[in-house]
Design a protein around this ligand. Structure first.
Ligand SMILES: Nc1ncnc2c1ncn2[C@@H]1O[C@H](COP(=O)(O)OP(=O)(O)OP(=O)(O)O)[C@@H](O)[C@H]1O
Length: 457
């Protein structure tokens, strides 16, 4: 699967433009022609501009190369001894060939053209041709491939409603700062990462942030919710098969980028076995094809379930667990980082006011204190939904409303809330170390323990 540059300007026979050059530099090409002169010409023309170019003098040699390497495109002569280029291409499609193909021919009659369409050749180049003609044909063909893939992934994202989790990781609390630092360290590695934490704590947002920090940032990020797909469709969606997922499946379409498998404990056991093989070998057999093709994909995983328990119950493979549990990022619940609530809440107010076309609500000190007091079992997602609901209704729900404003003030209640917020934020700054928090606050450790027990922290 190709890397993913921006589509180039469509060219005629002019010299390759900068746009075309950008497309070509990501492409790996296999040239198949029995004539050494033509092979050399193509390698000389494509070699300096493409990421990788290899040449085969026969259909058999080409098949062997396809077994070992990934190519985005095959440039193929139609007339070769033994087997025509088109017959070879048809056979490869059956075995497992997911790349593009351009056919070179001296004479394109209608029958050849129809045959070429049927076996999925993207273009014809009539011999003899100039170097710019083949360069333009390659760039055009790859442009169409990138657009098809982009379209496939966007449709998937819309179908699965994954747009809500887009955005960046908000928060300046020590816990979130520490997570940001960890993500920076993990971003350049190829290793899988496992995100754990309660529902709505931002595991997907953190995974997207890691992708954005990595050298795969301009390649696809494909989130897959294992709990939202029926178990009997899952293998086809991921690894390819017939139907909506397309023969090549999500993994191959995400190739070059990052795949997030969310709610990973929901993967059926047979899919876990296939996935383990794919991760270990970096190879995939799309749509159960005969040929395994190389796969360049970074895997991220997320779960809010207890993986250890899932293993004990035989629902999750131990070997897969050890493979995905190399690097772990634990997302803290919102109640343990109350210092982030105000920033998140303000951000959601601005976002939903714009989206809904309604005036923003002012979040008074009292409302923020009530937010800080609440336990947020649904974490950031719950806060986000509460703000959206409040903007639609035009007011903060009564359980969070500012008592001070409405009832003329309740100083003891407010004082209690201020004290709670202050102690919790100092505790947070100390990474949960109660002895250190007590020292900084100038109170006894016992006082902190008593307060924490009272607040259920
Ligand atoms: N730190 C954050 N900054 C900005 N938005 C956040 C943050 N954390 C969570 N959100 C928002 O909260 C919602 C839930 O986040 P996300 O889907 O990443 O959580 P999750 O932990 O993956 O949840 P689940 O376990 O249910 O899949 C999203 O709308 C996301 O935009």
């Amino acid at each position: 699967m190709p890397e993913e540059p921006t589509p180039s300007r469509q060219g005629g026979d002019d010299a390759p433009s900068g746009g075309i050059g950008r497309v070509l530099q990501h492409v790996s090409v296999l040239v198949v022609d029995d004539e050494p002169g033509m092979r050399n010409f193509l390698v000389r023309t494509l070699g300096p501009r493409c990421r990788r170019v290899e040449a085969a003098g026969s259909a058999e040699e080409a098949s062997r190369l396809l077994d070992v390497h990934h190519f985005d495109l095959v440039v193929l002569d139609n007339v070769m001894p033994g087997q025509s280029g088109l017959d070879w291409l048809a056979e490869q499609r059956r075995v497992g060939f997911f790349a593009e193909a351009i056919l070179m021919t001296a004479y394109a009659d209608l029958e050849t053209a129809i045959h070429a369409l049927r076996v999925g050749a993207a273009d014809f180049v009539l011999k003899p041709f100039r170097s710019n003609q083949i360069l333009n044909a390659v760039a055009r063909c790859m442009d169409q491939r990138y657009l098809r893939r982009e379209n496939f992934l966007l449709k998937y994202e819309l179908r699965t409603d994954r747009m809500a989790a887009q955005g960046r990781l908000i928060g300046r609390s020590p816990r979130i700062e520490a997570i940001r630092k960890t993500l920076e360290r993990l971003a350049p590695l190829p290793t899988p990462v496992l995100f754990t934490g309660e529902s709505g704590t931002g595991k997907e947002i953190a995974a997207r942030t890691l992708h954005a920090m990595s050298d795969r940032a301009d390649k696809p990020f494909v989130p897959f919710n294992c709990a939202a797909t029926s178990p009997d469709r899952m293998a086809a969606e991921l690894f390819g098969g017939d139907g909506a997922a397309g023969r090549d499946g999500l993994l191959l379409n995400a190739s070059g980028g990052v795949m997030l498998l969310d709610e990973v404990t929901e993967l059926p056991l047979p899919v876990q076995a296939t996935l383990l093989r794919v991760i270990e070998d970096n190879r995939i057999r799309p749509g159960a094809s005969e040929r395994e093709v190389p796969l360049n994909l970074r895997f991220l995983f997320a779960t809010n379930a207890d993986l250890e328990k899932a293993m004990e119950q035989g629902r999750f493979r131990r070997d897969l667990f050890h493979r995905i549990n190399v690097l772990r990022v634990e997302m803290p619940p919102l109640r343990e980082r109350v210092g982030d609530i105000a920033e998140l809440a303000e951000l959601f107010v601005g976002k939903f006011a714009r989206q809904l076309g309604v005036p923003p609500l002012k979040l008074s000190e009292g409302v923020l204190l009530n937010f800080a007091r609440y336990r947020w079992p649904g974490n950031v997602r719950e806060l986000r939904n509460l703000i959206e609901r409040s903007l639609i209704l035009g007011e903060i729900p009564p359980e969070f409303a500012d008592d001070g404003e409405r009832a003329g003030g309740e100083p003891t209640e407010s004082l209690h809330a201020v004290e709670r917020q202050h102690i919790l934020s100092v505790l947070e700054a100390c990474g949960g170390n109660r002895a250190e928090a007590a020292r900084r606050l100038g109170v006894s450790r016992k006082t902190i323990d008593r307060k924490c027990a009272m607040w259920n922290v």
